[in-house]
Ligand binder design. Structure first.
Ligand SMILES: [Fe+2]
Ligand SMILES: [Fe+2]
Length: 194
């Protein structure tokens, strides 16, 4: 029996709403790659925050790092629902991210250089998720809900690093625990322990 292509109403309604589903999928997979790769690089950058001053930075970078993992998890299910898949080759996935700039600075324990890299990553993420918000607003409420929650956390992360580098107050209320992810928790339930 030949395999038939199913009618996916969850996609056809989006097309009727005027959404370019293929273009959205391309952006979603790119953003997933960025979040996954940033999680990896933040792990190494954080480990190089040495000494007394570095101890305070570790906590902030840890909150941002675990929330990037949450952002990766938060958009996965949606990619498959929309008919997409992740690249089979993980090295290809990493390449899509374009996150090479997050490699260690020339002096690997230069805290200011590390913070500037973190800030650049957060600012890039804001642009990425804002783009998905714009593509989906009024057309795809499910993807929009995910994107706007991730965007809210990226804006918080940016403000933390702006405060650390420039002394610009962020209104930062510390996370109650690392990985709290106040906006994206409901999208990344796979990370819950219980
Ligand atoms: Fe993120
Ligand atoms: Fe972030």
């Amino acid at each position: 029996m030949p395999e038939s292509t199913p009618n996916v109403v969850g996609i056809s309604v989006l097309k009727q709403n005027g959404l370019d589903v293929d273009a959205l999928l391309k952006e979603l997979i790119k953003n997933a790659a960025v979040e996954f790769t940033a999680y990896y690089y933040f792990t190494n950058l954080r480990a190089h925050c040495t000494g007394m001053e570095g101890e305070g930075l570790k906590g902030i970078i840890e909150d941002a790092r675990l929330e990037d993992l949450s952002h990766f998890e938060s958009c996965l299910e949606r990619i498959y629902q929309l008919g997409g898949i992740l690249p089979n080759d993980a090295t290809e996935f990493i390449k899509i991210s374009g996150c090479e700039f997050l490699q260690l600075p020339a002096n690997p324990t230069d805290h200011k250089a590390i913070l500037e890299k973190c800030l650049k990553a957060e600012q890039g993420a804001i642009v990425n998720w804002n783009k998905i918000c714009q593509m989906t607003f009024g057309k795809d409420p499910v993807t929009y809900d995910i994107a706007k929650d991730i965007l809210a956390e990226e804006i918080e992360h940016e403000s933390w690093f702006l405060e650390l580098i420039y002394g610009r107050p962020s209104g930062h209320m510390r996370r109650k625990y690392a990985g709290e992810r106040p906006h994206t928790k409901k999208h990344s339930r796979a990370l819950d322990m219980a």
